[in-house]
Ligand binder design. Sequence first.
Ligand code: 5GP
Length: 173
Amino acid sequence: MEQIEVLISEEEVETKICELAKQISIDYAGKEVHLIAILKGSVFFTCELAKRLTVPVTMDFMTVSSYGDGMVSAGQITIKKELDEDIDGKEVLIVEDIVDSGHTLMHLKKLLLGRNPASLKIATLLDKPDCREVEIKPDYCGFVIPDRYVVGYGLDYAQQYRNLPYIGVIDQK
Ligand code: 5GP
């Protein structure tokens, strides 16, 4: 049975999302931001962020898979659900739950840049820079965390724990 220890409380997450929303609203002033949520992990973050943005928002969803039900990156990416809408000319903001090796975002960024958006930026709730294998830096980041496997706030372990309202560290000892 896994033990879960709180790493970032619900209050801390919410405060940080408010700060990010404020900054993003300033940066996109006068524009419409097109959020691309990467399913399923970024759903909680995307909703909470979107609710607090003061600029016009449109949203789309994509499912990209780079992990199985385990905790180790397969280093491979498959698009399981495509976007519904064209991003040509749009101010795209990819919303991710966590950046680990960076492979997922590197692949996505290349793919989406090829579709001619007006701009393309990345917002992530969590970043594990110590795990980076490719050079990619999110434009907006909630928390930099150590190299630990985290769950909650949309993040799963074998499809469980996504509904935890905080970010927890999973320990299988
Ligand atoms: P990357 O391609 O950057 O290695 O991996 C990004 C994806 O791996 C994330 O969107 C997430 O689905 C998954 N991932 C990476 N680290 C963690 C973690 O600590 N916990 C969970 N639940 N998923 C993770």
